[in-house]
Design a protein around this ligand. Structure first.
Ligand SMILES: [Zn+2]
Length: 449
């Protein structure tokens, strides 16, 4: 994924977490040798949009359609305790690592107290993943564990946590903004200003038309703001992002299979707007970005073909060049994801001087056969092929399994959290999530106050 190096067969030298050299042959010196013999080495994948607090309720939203997810899953964020944040974030991060994701933006809806944020940061750190915890400004009046009464209190805690984690090599903070349609434009502007004072990356769900225009009118667009889904974005707004800054987080399976949104990312990509990729909802899907890349290919090609049909060009002719070819897809999950998170100087490609976040993808039994390495990774590899995952030069996954996590204990903690959050545990009946609350969340995702 390094533009200058391209693809080469050879050696990678790592020292103190850093990629020191890449060449056809590097003298071994006193180095430990890892013989990979024909495997593909590539940068670790970057998930720019996921809600790890949902990891313990895997499957709950699998049958959801449209806005049902908001009514079924989002009210549960008020039930999440500190211990649940740790269990879900840690379990989710382990799954991501085992799927080849080495960096994550964890967009939280459940930052119910300072201790909740601390638990998530600790879980990300202890899992060995690299990532930004997306501290949320969302206030839930019905939350049983509500550590904040004002937005200013949230800003203060965020500021303290940024100081506390500023020197950390792998883990830091970002901001999970409230939807623009959930707060007043003034509050939205305050949130963005608070994030910018601290120099943090921000992420924002956008499911309604006109929001990029509103943000542009308020002078708030910028490269530090990642628009999630942005399905209703129009051509003028794509132009605004291209000129004034901003990127898109594409979550292909959620958008196509849960929400029913036709993505505009093909047009955005052609106009130079960075597009990153995410798995989004652990309550419905697994954490494999390679699966998402395959779905991204199918969905974006279907949209390309539909556009050609709409222009009255018959479907039998060969479609023009797709919006995303294989390398574009891989960039979406590596270097473009790094750019969106402001980490492109440190990760996103196998480049001397960058941190050693690497995947080793075994090609046996076929080898690359008649194909190319990029095609192999996106279309033919599966989790079985992922033999080694390194983060910051440390081996974190070997033969598909996390090297330090006690997976049995992880499972026990996830089960306990699931039972509490779903109200199955004897002492977890509060708050009552009734039809009225569900309907309210479905209509407006539980408006922030
Ligand atoms: Zn989301």
């Amino acid at each position: 994924m390094d533009e200058e190096l391209g693809e080469l067969a050879g050696d990678v030298l790592i020292e103190d977490g850093l990629i020191l050299d890449i060449a056809e042959s590097i003298p071994t010196g006193g180095a430990d040798i890892v013989e990979l013999d024909g495997a593909v080495v590539m940068p670790g994948l970057i998930d720019s949009h996921i809600h790890l607090w949902q990891s313990a309720i895997r499957g709950l939203a699998a049958q959801c359609w449209g806005r049902e997810y908001f009514g079924l899953v989002h009210p549960l964020s008020g039930r999440v305790r500190v211990t649940d944040m740790y269990a879900s974030t840690y379990g989710g991060a382990i799954e991501l690592l085992q799927s080849g994701t080495t960096t994550v933006f964890d967009f939280c809806h459940a930052t119910n107290s300072a201790e909740h944020a601390e638990a998530s940061l600790r879980a990300l750190d202890e899992s060995g993943i690299r990532g930004l915890f997306g501290f949320c400004f969302r206030h839930r009046p019905e939350a049983p564990i509500e550590g904040f009464t004002t937005l200013e209190e949230r800003f203060d805690v965020l500021s303290r946590l940024v100081d506390q984690w500023s020197g950390h090599e792998r883990v830091g903070l970002g901001v999970a903004l409230n939807n623009i349609d959930h707060v007043s434009p003034e509050v939205h502007a305050q949130e963005v200003a608070a994030a910018r004072r601290l120099g943090l990356r921000q992420s924002l769900h956008s499911n309604l038309p006109g929001q990029v225009t509103l943000s542009a009118k308020m002078g708030l667009l910028g490269d530090d703001l990642n628009w999630v889904h942005a399905g209703p974005i129009d051509d003028d707004e794509i132009g605004m992002l291209a000129e004034q800054g901003g990127s898109i987080a594409f979550t292909p399976e959620v958008e196509a299979a849960l929400m029913g949104v036709a993505p505009r990312v093909g047009v955005a990509h052609r106009r130079g707007v960075p597009v990153s990729i995410g798995t989004d909802v652990p309550s419905a899907l697994n954490g494999s970005l390679i699966t998402q890349l395959r779905i991204a290919r199918a969905v974006t090609r279907a949209v390309d073909m539909q556009q050609e049909r709409a222009q009255n060009r018959p479907g039998t002719r060969t479609p023009t060049h797709p919006s995303f070819d294989t390398m574009d897809l891989l960039r979406m999950a590596t270097i473009d994801g790094a750019r969106v998170l402001g980490l492109e100087d440190r990760i996103g490609s196998v480049t001397p001087g960058k941190r050693a976040d690497l995947l080793v993808i075994e090609t046996a039994p076929f080898g690359l056969a008649a194909g190319r390495a990029d095609d192999f990774v996106v279309y033919q590899a599966s989790a079985r092929n992922l033999t080694r995952v390194y983060v910051d030069g440390r081996l974190v996954v070997r033969d598909g399994v996390h090297v330090t996590a006690d997976l049995r204990e992880v499972r026990t903690r996830l089960d306990e959290t699931r039972d509490w959050v779903l109200g199955r545990a004897a002492d977890s009946e509060w708050p009552v999530i009734d039809d009225e609350m569900r309907a309210r969340y479905e209509a407006g995702q539980g408006k922030a106050s």
